[in-house]
Every structure is written in structure tokens, then in C-alpha cells.
Ligand binder design. Structure first.
Ligand SMILES: [Zn+2]
Length: 316
């Protein structure tokens, strides 16, 4: 699972040096043969790779299997590790119930963006490293006994940035939800709009919110779940217009970064600014739900919100 990368670092396994072998040179042929250094079997550490992860908050060494079973939440202090979109979907929907939509949709380089690397080469690199086509997975799945239109963002794909594909996939998913009388759930994590797509990425803010307005007009509920971090253009559009807005503990949530706000307002920012807890205290979100409780809580909320439409939602 994806815990491997930071596990290696935390254990220092990557620093294990390869067996020493002298580099062959032309001189070596003229000199008497030296015994090869390190040609014998070197002693390797007995720690298998990717088994343990150190919690960055409480420094406890956590067994990866237990961590995965606990939805990547530290068993000791409750720290929420990053989780991929696929892992999150697996943790929420009933087995084999998720039908993905628009799985192959990819961006085009409409601005011919140039920089250190071209936009297309960046996209290809992220597609390779994440196994995703873009920063969101959308589809219809069952949570408890509720079918729901679900969108889950993935921060590992270009910082969960919102480009045309993210906007279009979410819009289609919301429209499908409206058409089929389903509640919509979007789990956000994003650094904001995707600069490589300029204005096209900003247009997604209006487009997704427009689709959500039609969904609301049909008197269907939309639950927005904010996870660490949810910022900028995403927070300024669909993530903040939920009928119910939930957040994971300690998630960073905001529009502009704290430094920009501090410079603009010329005021000291209060402690805990832009955390889920701060937003809850100030009435901007409705509840903080730990990841381990998310599925149970979503079912409870859907039970309440879909009471009158349960039959319609289950029929299709
Ligand atoms: Zn911990």
C-alpha cells in the first residue's frame, strides 16, 4: 500500500549502502589482483520493508497492517495519515457496489503551457505514479442501504488541483445524482485551481456549483466532506456549499494561505486558524467526524436526510 514510501524513510532503510565493489579501471589489468572488497555476502538489516510507519504526531511505530485496517488513522493519537481516493472509496462503499464514471477522462493542454516541464509530461508522470487519470474519482455506490453519487479527490495527483477534468467529472456525477434522485457526497482535498489550465480551471467553480444548484432544486441532499487540506478554489466553490459540511479532525481548511491573509489584514492570526476545529467553533462547518466513524456517520445522516425518498433511491 502507499505507506511504503514514508515507512522506508522513517526506518532509514533507503540509506543502506550497496555492497562495496571497486570500480574497474584500465590500471586494474596491470596491477596484481587485489581481493575484491565486499564481494562476500554483506549483512543486511533484518527489517522487512514497508511493515512499520512512524506517526509524525506521537512518534509511535505503527504496524502497517493495523494502520490500514484503521483507515490510516494512528491507533494511539488519532492522527489522520493521507489516504488515496481509492482507499477512501473502499473504506466507505459496500463491496463491489461502486460503479465508476468517466474513468478514462484526461486533460488536454489547451493553453500549451510551457515551463520547466510541459503540462502533458507532468500529467503523464502523475498518471504513472498514481494510477489515476486525474485528481478525482467519481461514480455511484452504495453506503449502507443508500445509493449515492460520490466524488472523491486525491491529493497525490498534482496536489488535488481542480482542472477541467475534475470539474467535468464532478458535474457529470452531480447531474447523474439529480437524474436518479440520489444524494451527492463529495470528499474534497485540494490545493486549489490548476494553474496549467488558467481560466478553464476557474470556470469549474461556477460549473460544479451550477450543477449542485439544480441538485438542490430537486430537494436532494449534498454532503461535503473536507479533508486535509481543502483550500482555495475548491473551498471557494463546491466544497463549501454542502447542505451538511463535515470535516476530518485537524484538517487544514481555508481559501488563501495564512501568510497571505496576515499580510493583507496586517493582523495576528488566532491560534488554530484554518483548522477544522477552528471552523467548527465559528460555525463554518457542521461537524468533525473522525475517518474511522465516517461511514457510520454518513449512513446516519443519509438515513435522516433521505427519509422521504428512500424508496425512490433504492428502486433504481
Ligand atoms: Zn500518533
Amino acid at each position: 500500500m502507499s505507506t511504503t514510501s514514508f515507512t522506508k524513510k522513517s526506518l532509514g532503510i533507503e540509506t543502506v549502502e550497496p555492497a562495496l565493489t571497486p570500480t574497474p579501471t584500465d590500471k586494474a589489468t596491470t596491477l596484481p589482483k587485489k581481493p575484491k572488497l565486499g564481494s562476500g555476502k554483506s549483512k543486511k538489516r533484518d527489517i522487512p520493508e514497508g511493515l512499520w510507519t512512524k506517526c509524525p504526531k506521537c512518534s509511535t511505530m505503527l504496524f502497517d497492517k493495523d494502520l490500514d485496517q484503521n483507515h490510516k488513522v494512528c491507533m494511539k493519537c488519532g492522527h489522520h495519515f493521507p489516504i488515496t481516493a481509492r482507499e477512501r472509496i473502499n473504506s466507505l462503499v459496500e463491496t463491489c457496489s461502486f460503479e465508476e464514471m468517466d474513468a478514462t477522462m484526461t486533460s488536454v493542454d489547451v493553453l500549451s503551457f510551457t515551463g520547466v516541464a510541459s503540462y502533458i509530461s507532468k500529467l503523464e508522470a502523475y498518471q504513472k505514479s498514481t494510477g489515476l487519470k486525474d485528481a478525482v474519482i467519481t461514480g455511484i455506490g452504495k453506503i449502507g442501504e443508500h445509493r449515492a453519487a460520490i466524488g472523491v479527490m486525491d491529493f497525490t495527483f498534482l496536489g488535488g488541483s481542480m482542472g477541467s477534468v475534475v470539474g467535468e467529472k464532478l458535474t457529470r456525477m452531480i447531474e447523474r445524482g439529480t437524474e436518479k434522485n440520489l444524494p451527492v457526497i463529495i470528499i474534497s482535498t485540494s490545493g486549489g485551481a490548476r494553474m496549467y489550465e488558467g481560466m478553464f480551471s476557474l470556470m469549474q467553480m461556477a460549473k460544479t456549483c451550477g450543477a449542485l444548484a439544480y441538485h438542490a432544486k430537486a430537494k436532494l441532499p449534498y454532503i461535503s466532506v473536507l479533508t486535509h487540506p481543502t483550500t482555495a478554489g475548491v473551498m471557494a466553490s463546491y466544497a463549501s456549499v454542502g447542505d451538511l459540511i463535515l470535516a476530518e479532525p485537524a484538517a487544514m481548511i481555508g481559501f488563501a494561505g495564512p501568510r497571505v491573509i496576515k499580510d493583507t489584514t496586517q493582523a495576528e492570526l488566532p491560534p488554530g486558524f484554518q483548522t477544522a476545529e477552528f471552523l467548527l467553533d465559528h460555525g463554518l462547518i457542521d461537524a468533525i467526524v473522525p475517518r474511522t466513524q465516517m461511514k457510520v456517520q454518513l449512513i446516519a445522516y443519509l438515513d435522516f436526510m433521505m427519509e422521504g425518498r428512500k424508496k425512490a433511491a433504492m428502486a433504481d
